[in-house]
Design a protein around this ligand. Structure first.
Ligand code: C2E
Ligand code: MG
Ligand code: MG
Ligand code: MG
Length: 299
């Protein structure tokens, strides 16, 4: 009968809940040794200048290859790292690895690294950033830290002081996934962001002509401009999305249309093809190689 069926469903639900909790504990356990067992790696996604489509930076994105489960998404394991207190150690590994990658690129190519708000619980964060740059011999100006709106909930003076210390080192800040979180604009005057990354959801909807999304992107771009910040369109998958975001005034683009996250070796091949546009225009066998405007910007 219905009652028995209901009880059965409850039991099935309990079992599923229990299973999930077990899974999570097992993952947390495995994550503890993932660094030492070389299971973590970084991949790098190109960020391009909207005007000439040349690569100006790469964003470092963390990957975990689990020996049994295969690739696990950071969307899945970063929260586990945060809740278990592992994020600080993993984040430090990411900073060192990303700085080493940047050291292998031309000096005009920057590196973007995601920071969890929970990394600000670690009083050594600023020193970790400084050390990662120093060990790799990379100028702080080449590092951009990507922060999310959830950091705004953290009103500790310690966090504000750390942000100021990081800024004093010379690193820049990007506000990641803008428009998806708490979006209290007041914080834009407290934290000195250099860039706003417009979330993929707005990119997608604007390109399809969604008038609300277009209005929101226009407002973000205008606001960023007035505050002296740049804008990056995240998750630009198609030529149409790219054109739409460029028309709306975004200054940088990132997404599958320009390149998927890739291994370090592949970034070197991409950078080999990333010569100044003037060369492409002048070299006879190369002229017309890329369908881009002739606006060659010195970087
Ligand atoms: P995010 O920082 O917003 O990174 C952008 C995400 O969008 C990445 O997912 C990237 O692979 C994906 N993406 C890029 N281009 C496209 C596109 O054209 N279309 C679509 N559909 N997706 C695209 P990923 O690598 O799975 O990372 C997910 C999130 O995990 C990141 O979002 C970031 O919040 C977090 N994460 C990744 N690496 C780290 C890390 O080293 N530290 C911390 N704290 N968080 C990280
Ligand atoms: Mg990011
Ligand atoms: Mg993002
Ligand atoms: Mg995003």
């Amino acid at each position: 009968d219905a009652k028995a069926r209901g009880r059965g469903q409850v039991r099935a639900y309990d079992r599923a809940m229990h299973q999930r909790a077990e899974d999570r504990r097992a993952l947390e356990f495995d994550l503890k040794s993932a660094i030492d067992l070389n299971q973590l790696r970084l991949v790098y996604q190109p960020v391009v200048n909207a005007l000439d489509e040349r690569v100006v930076a790469f964003e470092a994105l963390l990957r975990w290859r689990h020996p049994i489960r295969g690739e696990i998404s950071p969307a899945m394991f970063i929260p586990i790292a945060e809740e278990s207190g592992l994020i600080s150690r993993i984040g430090a590994w990411v900073l060192h690895e990303a700085a080493r990658a940047a050291a292998s690129w031309p000096r005009n190519i920057r590196i973007a690294v995601n920071l969890s708000p929970l990394q600000f619980d670690d009083p050594k964060l600023v020193e970790t950033v400084r050390l990662a740059l120093a060990r790799a011999n990379v100028a702080a100006e080449r590092l951009e830290l990507e922060l999310t709106e959830s950091l705004f909930l953290d009103e500790r003076s310690q966090t504000a002081a750390m942000l100021a210390d990081l800024k004093a080192l010379g690193v820049s800040f990007a506000l990641d996934d803008f428009g998806t979180g708490y979006s209290s604009l007041g914080y834009l005057q407290k934290i000195p962001f250099d860039r706003i990354k417009i979330d993929r959801s707005f990119v997608q909807t604007s390109a399809r002509g969604g008038s609300e999304a277009v209005a929101i992107v226009q407002a973000i771009v205008a606001l960023a401009g007035r505050l002296g910040m740049e804008t990056t369109a995240e998750g630009t998958e198609t030529r149409d999305e790219f054109e739409a975001m460029r028309r709306l005034g975004c200054t940088q683009m990132q997404g599958w249309h320009f390149g998927r996250p890739m291994a370090l070796e592949e970034t070197h091949r991409v950078l080999d093809r990333n010569r100044p546009l003037v060369e492409l225009v002048e070299g006879p066998e190369r002229s017309g190689e890329r369908p881009v405007s002739r606006l060659a910007l010195p970087m």
